[in-house]
Design a binder for this molecule. Sequence first.
Ligand SMILES: *[C@@H]1O[C@H](CO)[C@@H](O)[C@H](O)[C@H]1NC(C)=O
Ligand SMILES: *[C@@H]1O[C@H](CO)[C@@H](O)[C@H](O)[C@H]1NC(C)=O
Ligand SMILES: *[C@@H]1O[C@H](CO)[C@@H](O)[C@H](O)[C@H]1NC(C)=O
Ligand SMILES: *[C@@H]1O[C@H](CO)[C@@H](O)[C@H](O)[C@H]1NC(C)=O
Length: 451
Amino acid sequence: MILKSILILGLLISITFGYSCKEVKQKLGNLVTSCEDNKYKNASKLYINYQDLTEIPKFVYKITSLTFLNLYDNKLTEIPSDIEKLKNLETLDVSRNMLTKISPEIGNLEHLLTLQLNNNTLTTISSDICQLKNLNFLDLSNNVVTSIPPEIKNLQSLNKLYLFNNKISTIASTIGDLKNLLYLLLYNNEITEIPNSIGNITNLEQLYLQSNVLSTIPSEIANLKNLIFLDFSDNRIKEVPAEIGNLENLIYLGIDKNCIDTLPAEIQKINHSEYNYGNKCEAARRCGGVFGSCPSGKCCSKHGYCGVSDAHCAASNGCQSEFGTCKCGEDYGMCSDGLCCSKKGYCGKTKSYCYSSNGCQSNYGSCKCGENYGLCSDGQCCSKKGYCGRTKAYCASSSGCQSNYGSCKCGESYGTCSDNKCCSNKGYCGTTSAYCSINKCQNKYGFCPDI
Ligand SMILES: *[C@@H]1O[C@H](CO)[C@@H](O)[C@H](O)[C@H]1NC(C)=O
Ligand SMILES: *[C@@H]1O[C@H](CO)[C@@H](O)[C@H](O)[C@H]1NC(C)=O
Ligand SMILES: *[C@@H]1O[C@H](CO)[C@@H](O)[C@H](O)[C@H]1NC(C)=O
Ligand SMILES: *[C@@H]1O[C@H](CO)[C@@H](O)[C@H](O)[C@H]1NC(C)=O
């Protein structure tokens, strides 16, 4: 009788009693980085991290009182089917491991709220994971996931979905069914299109889509009235739907590094990043001929691409000034098409580029000279018509060279200096003793004060 009672009691103990942290530590030794009991003295929180573990120790599956298991930073390649035994789990963190496989039984952890699988080498969001109806937070960032499957819609309790730094190219339209989603982090993937159904996730507060390859933004995003942060910088977007300007709660809109030429006035009024061109866009952005001009500040290369590098901008590389900005000067060469090289080294044809008095560089393009335009630089001659140059047409006094605004030549084939200047024995017009002294001055081709 007594023996029988002890037997039954023993049986009861082994069924109902769990393991305390003390017992867990006895079994797992140094593997345990931290353990916490619940109020019944059963282990409820267990950390086995930074341990180089390649397999989850079998004993762990016996600690069924666990609600929290952290296996961060080990060398696990798999979450085995035994995981379903930990039926009270609410948080499972297996981030920073080498996971390639997760057993379908993970789908049976019906109390799971948080699942962290980031920093592994997983390629899919399995339909089993999608069965976790109570899951609030799924972190699959820093993996190699290639798509968001239709089953994602089953994660009806999801608040936070982190999928950044993956290889996602397609998104199932059922993502729009995630009514409780607040944070959707999809940056740094290969996404080409956002389904219009995104506009159904009306609770969404933060949507990060930067560094993908999107060429459009669905106007349905304007339905997301609770959005606070919206970022789609570094894509290939050409137009921003004006309706986005009506999102009253938006405190930041990231739109830089896209292909946007003009921003609707409605968008201008919200707090947005600058909309400079990005690399992806520059590569795609053509100019010249039917493509027309580059956006302001960009250069059109010889081969018809917009950009800002020397290959695009240097006049010596064939920069097409007709379709954009071009650089000139010592390092960039001479402006084409008769354009002027400004003091600051840009090709153009207005006053600030061409007037010698504004620093026009006559060695790297056309320059205007004369009474209203100033003196040619670099020892060049000012022609009758008021342009700087070095050839006979500019320099010959007989052709009307203006000696008050540059050098002029004189002598048998260049004629007589104008404006009462002296013609030196070297054949240049001037007023100093180098031109006018009795042993240098040629009185046949100019004024000589001492003769
Ligand atoms: C934890 O402890 C309580 C009370 O001692 C017990 O009834 C329960 O079955 C234990 N839970 C587990 C999961 O072992
Ligand atoms: C995950 O990997 C990324 C990229 O290698 C790294 O920057 C990040 O710190 C890692 N996160 C964790 C939690 O280990
Ligand atoms: C979700 O979005 C799609 C596409 O915009 C739309 O056709 C559908 O009616 C929406 N569903 C709900 C339930 O709002
Ligand atoms: C604009 O957005 C930036 C970036 O998020 C933020 O730091 C700043 O506070 C915002 N400004 C306003 C006026 O909301």
